[in-house]
Design a binder for this molecule. Structure first.
Ligand code: PGA
Length: 251
């Protein structure tokens, strides 16, 4: 089964509108050709609308880093799926470890967000991953299993084609430490098996599973060559267009 790879850049709370525009301009200048993978960028909410059209011209699809689980209402400071679509987003990240740990998002809430995003016809990257303590205690597969099963609870089979899973071990995010290709492949194969048990073989075979956590041009090709790794979610190395492009070239 061949799955189209994805390279996704998560800018987190970085880049003003002007900086985001400059990023796209530089990408357009340096980019030599189209790439055979889906290229996604997750800018700040404020930069979404200003860059979405230019990004699209360069073959990049934009998405948001979060979504509220309700359609609208008295939720000061939150953003709805409809607003994200309105601003040009086609994708949304749900359950990033920073949302889980710094903002207390639970599996139940993450599940509601996944379903709301799909209801709004957004594509979803559901992020999962264990902490170092959980890995050291040998609990990593069970932790990730719960995150996958709970995150995808009651998601319609027909909607699962619009869901991608990103395995991001918490200890590898922003630390410069990457999972070895062997450890990453083992977890990705385990996640595919979990999806198979929950949702069936056909869906599991089609499901794209990304690796995230200190991906850069030096480690990307080895990681993305693993049979169950279908691309990556990149934080720090996506902030500069040149380093993001060097990952694209390395794969
Ligand atoms: P990193 O972040 O590439 O800086 O480790 C990845 C992420 O948080 O998605």
């Amino acid at each position: 089964m061949s799955r189209k790879q994805i390279l996704a850049g998560n800018w987190k709370m970085n880049h003003t509108i002007e900086e985001a525009r400059n990023w796209i301009r530089r990408y357009q200048t340096v980019q030599k050709k189209g790439y055979l993978m889906d290229v996604l960028l997750f800018p700040s909410y404020t930069a979404l609308y200003p860059i979405s059209k230019e990004a699209f011209k360069s073959g990049i699809t934009v998405g948001a880093q979060n979504i509220h689980e309700d359609e609208n209402g008295a939720f000061t400071g939150e953003i709805s799926g409809k607003m994200l679509v309105d601003a040009g987003a086609k994708w949304v990240l749900v359950g990033h470890s920073e949302r889980r740990t710094l903002f207390g998002e639970t599996d139940d809430r993450i599940n509601l967000k996944v379903r709301q995003a799909l209801f709004c016809e957004l594509h979803v990257i559901l992020c999962v991953g264990e902490t170092l303590e959980q890995r050291d205690a040998g609990e990593h597969q069970e932790v990730v299993r719960q995150q996958v099963i709970n995150g995808l609870k009651e998601v319609h089979t027909s909607d699962l084609a619009h869901v991608v899973i990103a395995y991001e071990p918490v200890w590898a995010i922003g630390t410069g430490k990457t999972a070895t290709p062997e450890d990453a492949q083992e977890m990705h194969a385990a996640i595919r098996q979990m999806v198979k048990e929950e949702k069936g073989e056909a869906i599991a075979e089609k499901m794209r599973i990304l690796y995230g956590g200190s991906v850069n041009a030096d480690n990307a090709s080895e990681l993305f060559a693993c049979p169950d790794i279908d691309g990556g979610l990149v934080g720090g190395a996506s902030l500069k267009p040149d380093s993001f492009l060097s990952i694209l070239r390395a794969i």
